[in-house]
Design a protein around this ligand. Structure first.
Ligand code: ACO
Length: 338
């Protein structure tokens, strides 16, 4: 059996920074409320007057990942694109992205698992490489949330949380057999529970109505904006993330103490602090970016990996654990040797 590994990562944040103070001019909120509850200080949003889509942010992140992996785009066998903010309802954003990066003909797959999209994508890439079907996979997580948020007081509970951004990874064939110092994806663990699908979702447009998928009335009511029961999401996140993280440790017979760095999904700093305290993880081993970038959903983990590499906190040979929880509900973890 073949093994897979991450060959390189890259990320991109659009240049416009919106502080909590800036948002408080748009809606009734405050820097104090946002920081106390979420830890977020600022987020990057695309120019709202531009035509920038998730696939545009992904392009820059992917080119950086290819450069860091020292892989030419023509070597890629499969594109996986994780996003909850697709460029269009259909076709999948992977197709728009494929056209922009210029590698026609290879398969292009969308993953719609929201905050766990990157880990789901990593798992898919890992399986394809392990079976020998593909040798190099380009996995992207990218989001333009800003244009899909209700940026008025009505939508403030959700709007303050999300930022735009993209991260990418090139996954390729690793060495075998498994050795304690060899870069490798050890395992991925995926879960979902659709009974909670409506705890964090976008109701419209939808076929769950008689007649048209979208009407002017439902648009005016704001049904196309995300809706969230924040407390329910929080309660499940702080349960499922430790659970799925421990699942990956158990599968590989590794202890918490052996992990060098934890790169968690970035939904709320309080969630990550609670997960770390439940598992006895020292704060300096958790790499957070939420203060600067907010929640970039499918992009948080590849952005985190790339930022950690560039900050000198993630080095070859380190054991890295990642876990995510989000809409669906979905949750997932991965354990890898960098
Ligand atoms: N600014 C000021 N006040 C606000 C804001 C805001 N931006 N948003 C809500 N409020 C108000 C509410 O109206 C409410 O007022 P009331 O008491 O007068 O009714 C009060 O603040 C408290 O609101 P709660 O929703 O109870 O606040 P809570 O303490 O639960 O914090 C939060 C909200 C931060 C969203 C939290 O519930 C949370 O982080 N949940 C998890 C979010 C998450 O993880 N999402 C998943 C990832 S996203 C994905 O998967 C796509």
């Amino acid at each position: 059996m073949k093994y897979s590994k991450i060959l390189g990562v890259g990320s991109y944040l659009p240049p416009h920074v919106w502080t909590n103070e800036d948002l408080s001019k748009m809606m009734e909120t405050s820097d104090e409320w946002i920081q106390q509850r979420t830890g977020i200080k600022q987020r990057h949003w695309v120019d709202l007057d531009s035509d920038t889509c998730s696939s545009d942010l992904a392009l820059v992140a992917a080119e950086r990942a290819l450069a860091s992996a020292n892989v030419k785009k023509d070597e890629i066998d499969l594109i996986i694109f994780a996003t909850l903010s697709p460029d269009h309802e259909f076709p999948g954003t992977a197709c728009f992205f494929q056209e922009k990066i210029g590698i026609p003909g290879i398969p292009a797959l969308d993953v719609r698992q929201q905050c766990t999209g990157f880990i789901y994508g990593l798992s898919i890439a890992d399986q394809f490489i392990k079976t020998g079907m593909y040798r190099k996979v380009l996995l992207v997580g990218a989001e333009v949330h800003s244009k899909g948020l209700d940026r008025s007081t009505r939508g403030r509970d959700v709007a303050v949380l999300f930022g735009d951004g993209a991260g990418a990874a090139v996954i390729g064939v690793g060495e075998e057999p498994r050795d304690s110092r060899v870069s490798q994806i050890y395992s991925t663990h995926l879960h979902a529970d659709g009974r909670f699908a409506k705890e964090l979702w976008v109701p419209e447009p939808s076929n769950a109505h008689p007649g048209d998928r979208l009407t002017a009335d439902r648009l005016i009511e704001g049904g196309h904006y995300p809706k969230m029961h924040g407390k329910t999401v929080f309660v499940h996140a702080v349960k499922r993330m430790p659970e799925v993280l421990l699942e990956s440790l158990k599968a590989n017979q590794v202890s918490i103490e052996e992990i060098d760095l934890f790169v968690f999904h970035q939904a709320n700093l309080r969630i990550n602090e609670m997960v770390a305290s439940q598992l006895g993880i020292p704060a300096e081993k958790v790499f957070n970016t939420i203060e600067r970038f907010g929640n970039t959903t499918a992009a948080t983990i590849p952005i985190g990996l790339d930022e950690a590499v560039r900050a000198g906190k993630l080095k070859t040979g380190m054991l890295v654990a990642t876990a995510a929880f989000g809409s669906g509900f979905t949750w997932a973890s991965a354990l890898l040797r960098w």
